[in-house]
Design a protein around this ligand. Sequence first.
Ligand code: PA5
Ligand code: NI
Length: 180
Amino acid sequence: KDMKPFVVNFSDIGIDFKGNHIVRKYNDIKHIFKTTDPTLERENPVIYEVFEGPIQEKEGELMFLITILYPGTVNGEFFMTKGHYHTVENTAEVYLGLRGKGLILCQTKKGEFEAVEIGPNKVVYIPPFWAHRTVNISDEPLIFFAVYPAHAGHDYETVEKEGFKKRIFRGDNGILFVEQ
Ligand code: PA5
Ligand code: NI
């Protein structure tokens, strides 16, 4: 069926949101962090949640979503998303920061690595072929909007195997980049 133009009010989140709601708790993703924390294992808090627009994953469509990445650390390593390449690698993505402050870690299979800031009024462009992971470096929820070609798909396995080149820890005066 053809779609009609529509509006999503993200203040309706949790009330009558029509799209997919993905919730990632600590125990679902604890292997992405360098260390484990028994308290987090016991309490199993939500690390992040994603509200996807009600869009079919097919070429021509644009998927849009909101991510809420909660503040916190695992023994000093800031909460972060799993991170992924797109399965259709030649597809880009745009993020718009709405609240909080974070870093988008980006890397290519050739070994290039970049970290860029996200926050209110900041638009981040993630070119084709760049994996991306978001890190919340603030003390409040990091909220951002994202758009990408709806057929792009998510390749989580490559990131699970190879990791990102750098991890982000809370330091005494600011943040620390730690080599894998
Ligand atoms: O499309 C994106 O890149 C983001 O919206 C992410 O999917 C979202 O932030 C969650 O991260 P991940 O898919 O790596 O778990
Ligand atoms: Ni993506």
